[in-house]
Design a binder for this molecule. Sequence first.
Ligand code: ZN
Length: 87
Amino acid sequence: MSDDRPADCAEALARLFDFLDSEIDETDGDRIREHLADCDGCLHEYDIEHHLKALVRRSCSDVAPAELHLRIRQQLLVLRTRIEPSG
Ligand SMILES: [Zn+2]
């Protein structure tokens, strides 16, 4: 197993949920980040609403999860910002 390789599309999408939830360790998180940095497709294909529902279900909340939605979008933005070389 070569764990130092960036994740592929399937893995990135499968684990993005865990990644957003901070439920994977840093090494795996880096691999997901690395892939997303190179793959706009994944960010587009990633159905936020779909995962949002799962998140809401997990947190047992009936409230319209505007805050949650914002948080996820912020995570994605931070993700992209961090990846850009800063110097
Ligand atoms: Zn991809």
